[in-house]
Design a protein around this ligand. Structure first.
Ligand code: DC
Length: 219
């Protein structure tokens, strides 16, 4: 199977790039961050603190995550409900990062991610795909950009959606999440030695895709 693994910090453009790359190659795309977000949403709705490990773990047995639909129209379902928009709310981002620190949460989702990758030609993006989910994958990329540039992009995105959250708050949240994601004990975000580093600070989406495609076509 063709598995392309893409890791990197939040806001580096992984989802956009991965989705377009998968479309160009005519293969599937799996947004693993959306799965952590769906778990966070469920935990939040149950009124449980995402850092309350002891009370989060028993909830996993109640969670069923599915992706339905094709290409750009793909939606994520939590126990049969389309939560594609709900999981993108700003307050869910930090909660997703918090639940993702829990080893049992990770193993619950990683098992599903590996099963999907074993059966499909696919692009997966996340934080631990190159290091833990699919360490043997032939194509591994680490996509990043400066924290300021990632915050700027998110700020523009949220502003376009009518949000009045400030750039400073977003930058603080980006830094907070970077710290969380790189410092957790189990499967933290790291750039593995064998991943191709792509700094997108000064590259647009098409340019990043070109770099990846060129690599895939020549290796
Ligand atoms: O990519 P994202 O912003 O949608 O991810 C939300 C959070 O989920 C992120 O802060 C860390 C966590 N995550 C993870 O730990 N491992 C992954 N493979 C994907 C996401």
């Amino acid at each position: 199977m063709l598995n392309i693994a893409i890791d990197g910090p939040s806001g580096a453009g992984k989802s956009t790039i991965s989705k377009m790359l998968a479309k160009k190659l005519g293969i599937l795309y799996l947004d693993t961050g959306a799965m952590y977000r769906a778990v966070a949403l469920y935990v939040h709705r149950k009124g449980i603190d995402p850092n309350d490990t002891k009370n989060v773990i028993p909830l996993l047995g109640e969670i069923q995550i599915e992706f339905r639909g094709e290409g750009d129209d793909k939606k994520i379902y939590l126990n049969g409900e389309d939560v594609s928009s709900a999981i993108r709310e700003h307050h869910i981002s930090k909660m997703a990062s918090d639940v993702s620190k829990i080893k049992e949460v990770r193993l619950f989702l990683v098992e599903q991610q590996r099963a999907i990758a074993a059966k499909n030609d696919i692009v997966l993006d996340g934080r631990d795909i190159t290091s833990f989910v699919l360490p043997d994958s032939k194509y591994k990329f680490y996509l990043t950009a400066t924290a300021e540039e990632r915050a700027r992009r998110r700020f523009e995105e949220l502003k376009a959606k009518g949000s009045d959250i400030s750039y400073e708050k977003i930058l603080a949240d980006v830094n907070d999440r970077d710290y969380n994601d790189t410092h957790r004990d189990f499967a933290p975000l790291v750039k593995t030695e064998d991943s191709v580093l792509i700094d997108s600070t000064n590259l647009n989406t098409d340019e990043v895709i070109e770099v990846i495609l060129r690599y895939v076509n020549t290796h």
